[in-house]
Design a protein around this ligand. Sequence first.
Ligand SMILES: Nc1ncnc2c1ncn2[C@@H]1O[C@H](COP(=O)(O)OP(=O)(O)OP(=O)(O)O)[C@@H](O)[C@H]1O
Ligand SMILES: Nc1ccn([C@H]2C[C@H](O)[C@@H](COP(=O)(O)O)O2)c(=O)n1
Length: 434
Amino acid sequence: MLQALLRRSVYAGNGPSGDLKIVRALSGALGAAPVYPLGTSTAQDCVGLTSASHEDSHRTKLGWAASWGLAAAGFTTLCSTPLSIVQAEDAASTSGEQPPAKSPLKPIVIFVLGGPGSGKGTQCENIVREYGFVHLSAGDLLRAEMKSGSQYGDMIATMIKEGKIVPSEVTVRLLQNAMAASGKNKFLIDGFPRNDENRAAFERETGIQPEFVLFFDCPEEVMEARLLDRGKSSGRSDDNMESIRKRFKTFVNQSVPVVDHYDGLGKVKKVSATRSKEDVFRSIQPFFTEFQQANLLEATQMLLDAIDGGDYEAYAKLCDEKLTAFEPEAQGHLAEGLGFHKFYFDLKKPVADAASPESLALIRPKSTISSPKVSVYGDVAVVTYVRLQQDVGSSKTGFTSAHQETRVWQRKRDGKGLAEWKHVHFHRSAAPSV
Ligand SMILES: Nc1ncnc2c1ncn2[C@@H]1O[C@H](COP(=O)(O)OP(=O)(O)OP(=O)(O)O)[C@@H](O)[C@H]1O
Ligand SMILES: Nc1ccn([C@H]2C[C@H](O)[C@@H](COP(=O)(O)O)O2)c(=O)n1
């Protein structure tokens, strides 16, 4: 995926195979900055140094924007009572209460499939903890909708108990609303698409294709034992022998063909799910390495944006309080702690009024990451790149400076045990300006 993301970046001068790779556009797909806002005509319009491909700008208009707009026009109704059209302002449920914080970024979706009890939910929790995805379980969303007093409650309850598949209008709408409500752009969609109708409706309504399908391969006897065991405490109406048999049948007849479809597209990553939870997780981690690299580049771009924007709070949030640095400003000394850097934030110029030419000198600088390399060594990562910084000088003419930067990040845990990268050390070269 990283390669695909890099392909979306600008390659100044020499075209896609040129030496100088400028990856500010990368932030569009990675989440560092809102690069593809809704309603903008092309990706290119929105990004300073980028030249998104025609294909990408086309997809922006037809796919991503439409998916975030949640436009419900043309949504065919299969339910006896039509679902009300739920717009972006509506909630994660179909009833629509809380306003979502839509993400303007390109959504990245991974479908997580496998038989009932194969361990999808268990591994999704692990992935969320380590790689920062939003986990959306179609089954959980349906159960919540059922309990919410929705007009579809009885229908959903019957379908779940009978191991049948709820009509796509309901499930796709719940997923769309939950995606929009999350305000995030990286999703693990668990237990969906369960049949071809689910798949077609999701593709039609969102325009999103999954990055890949994570498929948990597990024999029925193993799944059966796990579900019966889960049934002792889950309170689920379908964790009993009768429902389990029906669910297995539905899985074989309706869900396996969906996996076959994606297999035909080369998108299935199959995992043997019979081993311990820890072993299964170890086997899926390599599939997420690229996302980890992407997260680190995203964090680095956020750091540069915070510096350029004079946003000390955002900067400090990304940094370890004991941050060490060799930078030209420290005159060959090792700067320790955030205080040294805060001095420069306190000096920052007020924001320019873009409409006023006199205030040109107040325009904030803008940094672009060029030629990045991300190396991850367990809980430590090294990000190296050339930082191109555009600024306006006292003579009100633009100038660019280039520095080589090496930034070291350490993976720590937040209060909820979720992994987060903290910036612990950097080294920046001095550079002549032109
Ligand atoms: N690798 C494993 N080894 C042993 N038990 C496991 C393993 N993975 C999951 N389990 C247990 O099996 C049960 C089912 O797991 P989980 O809920 O993750 O499955 P699922 O695929 O999401 O099921 P469903 O589709 O029915 O929601 C849980 O009780 C879980 O703790
Ligand atoms: N796409 C989906 C997902 C789930 N359901 C219903 C039918 C399932 O048996 C039930 C439980 O799902 P799980 O928690 O096992 O993923 O929910 C559906 O109709 N369509």
